[in-house]
Design a binder for this molecule. Structure first.
Ligand SMILES: [Zn+2]
Length: 368
C-alpha cells in the first residue's frame, strides 16, 4: 500500500539548511492546525553561521503526551550532509501524521531531533565545525584515546593526497587485516588527525552536548525508547538497513528483533554493511535505556564503501587547504550531495517509503 501520495520527491528534499528547517517548521504548523501541537520545542542555537549567512540550530520537538511511557525518537544529520535526506524524512513523517497516514498509539510520544549537526548540514560536510565525526565522539575522554590497529597504514589511507599511493596503502591494509578488520580500522574512528575523515575529536562536540541536554531536558531516562537515527551513504543503492549496535544477546537486541525481525543487522555479529565502531551516538542513549528499548541506525545505501572513502578523503583534502571556506564549500558541494543525498527519484522514493514503513511498524501498538 502506498501510504500517501509521495508526489515529486522534490517536495521533500532541500539543498540548503535554512530551506530544510523552514520546511520542517511549516509541516509542524500544519500538524498543529490538525490539533497535534508540539508539547515542547527546544531550539539549540549553534554559534556559527552557514555559507549563506544563515543562523544554525538543532530543533528538538516533543509530540504527544509528555507523560507517555513509550517514546519514538527520530533523529537527523548526526552526519551533517546526510541531513538533507534525514530532514526530508522528518518532514514527510509529519505530513503522514497530519494526513492520518500514521497515528501515534496510546501512551506513545514522538521526539524529533532535527539537524543534530547543523553546521555540517549547512556546509554539506559530514563532520562538524571542528572536523569531528559526531558519530565517533561519544567516548570517555578521561581515558587514553583509542588507537586503530596498523595506524600508520590507516593514516595513509585517510590522508594521502596521491591517489596511487593511497590505493597501495588501501590494498596493503586489506591484505593485512582482511575485509572486516580493514573496515573496523578505517571506518571505526581515529582520534589523531582532525583534518581527516572519521576523526572522533578530543573533547565533547556541540552535537554531543545537545544530545546530553535532550536526554535530560526531555526526561528520557527510564522510559521505553525506540531511537531511529537517520543516515545515508553506506550499503546498496536505496536499501534502508536497520543497524543495531547493542551488545549481542542483550534485551535491547531482542527488542529490536521483536520490532523488525530478521531485517535487523548487527555489526557485532558481522551481518551488517557497517563495521564495529568507536564512539557512536548510540552509546549515550544505551546508558539510559530500559530493557524495552533500543537504538537503531537507519542507513540508506548509495554507493559502495570505496566510493564513500574516496569522496570523504577528497573532501577533507579540499577543506585542509588554505582557500576561503565558501570556496571549499563550492568545490565539494556537488560530490557530497551526490554521495549522501543523490538526486534520483527512485532513491528518494525508496528512502521515504522505507521510513514510513519503519514508523508504521513502531506506531502499530505491538512494539512497546
Ligand atoms: Zn552517517
Amino acid at each position: 500500500m502506498i501510504p500517501v501520495a509521495l508526489g515529486s520527491p522534490d517536495n521533500w528534499f532541500e539543498k540548503r539548511f535554512s530551506y530544510a528547517r523552514r520546511r520542517l517548521l511549516d509541516h509542524l504548523s500544519e500538524l498543529e492546525e490538525q490539533g497535534l501541537a508540539p508539547e515542547y520545542h527546544e531550539i539549540f542555537k549553534h554559534p556559527q553561521q552557514g555559507p549563506y549567512g544563515e543562523s544554525l540550530a538543532t530543533d528538538a520537538i516533543w509530540l504527544g503526551s509528555l507523560s507517555a511511557e513509550n517514546v519514538i525518537v527520530l533523529g537527523s544529520a548526526t552526519h551533517g550532509a546526510e541531513g538533507y535526506a534525514g530532514s526530508a524524512i522528518q518532514s514527510f513523517i509529519l505530513h503522514c501524521l497530519t494526513r492520518n497516514k500514521l497515528r501515534l498509539p496510546p501512551n506513545c510520544a514522538l521526539v524529533l531531533v532535527h539537524a543534530l549537526n547543523p553546521w555540517g548540514m549547512a556546509w554539506h560536510r559530514r563532520c562538524d565545525e571542528q572536523g569531528i565525526d559526531v558519530n565517533r565522539n561519544f567516548i570517555d575522554f578521561s581515558q587514553p584515546l583509542p588507537q586503530p590497529v596498523a595506524y600508520e597504514l590507516v593514516r595513509e589511507c585517510l590522508t594521502e593526497p596521491d591517489e596511487v599511493r593511497r590505493e597501495k596503502a588501501l590494498a596493503s591494509l586489506l591484505d593485512q587485516l582482511g575485509q572486516q578488520g580493514f573496515d573496523e580500522a578505517v571506518f571505526g574512528g581515529q582520534y589523531h588527525d582532525p583534518l581527516a575523515p572519521f576523526y572522533g575529536g578530543q573533547q565533547k562536540s556541540f552535537s554531543r552536548e545537545v544530545t546530553e541536554s535532550v536526554l535530560k531536558q526531555f526526561a528520557l531516562a527510564g522510559r521505553n525508547l525506540m531511537v531511529i537515527d537517520l543516515h545515508t551513504g553506506l550499503g546498496p543503492w536505496g536499501y534502508g538497513e536497520l543497524i543495531c549496535d547493542h551488545p549481542i544477546d542483550t534485551p535491547q537486541e531482542a527488542f529490536a528483533m521483536k520490532a523488525f525481525g530478521e531485517s535487523v543487522a548487527m555489526p557485532a555479529r558481522g551481518n551488517s554493511f557497517s563495521a564495529v565502531k568507536e564512539g557512536l551516538l548510540d552509546y549515550a542513549w544505551h546508558q539510559v535505556m530500559s530493557e524495552r528499548s533500543c537504538f537503531l541506525t537507519l542507513e540508506f545505501g548509495t554507493y559502495d564503501s570505496r566510493a564513500l572513502l574516496k569522496t570523504l578523503v577528497d573532501e577533507h583534502l579540499v577543506w585542509a587547504g588554505d582557500s576561503d571556506a565558501k570556496v571549499k564549500h563550492g568545490e565539494s558541494y556537488h560530490r557530497m550531495m551526490q554521495h549522501f543525498c543523490p538526486n534520483d527519484i527512485y532513491w528518494r522514493q525508496s528512502v521515504l517509503f522505507k521510513s514510513w514503513q519503519v514508523m508504521d511498524r513502531l506506531c502499530s501498538g505491538d512494539v512497546f
